[in-house]
Design a protein around this ligand. Structure first.
Ligand code: CA
Length: 227
């Protein structure tokens, strides 16, 4: 099982991260202060990714990062930065972090970053299970869609349409393509079912349904993800 260290002194944030990482299939090791994090890393040399908060009761996250990097070049490190601390990103990357996530973050965003880092660390490329097209995050493993970090409730058919779009950004998909992929080759229904579902999807995901910008119409042909 892939192990992730979470260094965060705020218990509520730490538990929130832990619950979501466990759900995503990671084993989690927790630390509430910098020294504890360094000890846990020694106890578990197989930790692949470490998530480091910056403001901590003892040594800060940058110091922890420097300490880890001094002896471990291969572990992936993600800094948790506050939105008000723009400089943290730069400092974090200077001290050897690979990536940073700004608080408040959505669980899907953090999981996507860890997945990406784990693939880099592990050197194993696999099909992405998370597709991010701001403001949307599609989680193929859980079959869920989030917009700005908020879950959008979709039917299975709507989900299948969105997945098809997000896997083919910018590509014009004919209504026949969508019907065959989503409903299957043997489906005998009318093409109109595609339009009905698109209309419903737009109500759920577009900022302005009168002027859709995510699912756009390709006149006389079908639909496209993006403008
Ligand atoms: Ca903190």
């Amino acid at each position: 099982m892939k192990k992730v260290l979470i260094l965060e002194d705020e218990v509520s944030i730490r538990s929130f991260v832990v619950i979501n990482l466990k759900r995503a299939g990671y084993e989690t090791i927790e630390a509430g202060c910098g020294m504890e994090a360094l000890e846990k890393l020694q106890e578990h040399p197989d930790i692949g990714v470490a998530i480091l908060d910056i403001m901590l009761p003892d040594i800060d996250g940058f110091e922890v990062c420097r300490n880890i990097r001094a002896s471990n070049k291969s572990i992936g490190i993600i800094m948790l930065t506050a939105r008000t601390q723009e400089m943290d990103k730069v400092t974090g990357l200077m001290t050897g972090a690979d990536d940073y996530v700004t608080k408040p973050f959505s669980p899907a965003e953090l999981t996507a970053r860890i997945d990406a880092l784990y693939r880099r660390v592990g050197g194993v490329e696999s099909d992405p299970e998370i597709i991010v097209h701001e403001p949307f995050t599609l989680n193929i493993r859980n079959r869920t869609l989030e917009k700005d970090g908020r879950r959008i409730k979709l039917t299975q058919v709507e989900y299948a349409i969105i997945q098809l779009f997000m896997q083919n950004p910018g590509r014009a998909l004919s209504r026949e393509d969508i019907l065959t992929t989503v409903w299957g080759r043997d489906y005998n229904g009318e093409l109109k079912i595609v339009d009905v579902n698109i209309r419903r999807l737009r109500i759920k995901i577009e900022d302005n349904t009168a002027n859709p910008t995510y699912i756009t119409t390709v006149w006389g042909f079908g639909y496209k993800w993006g403008i």
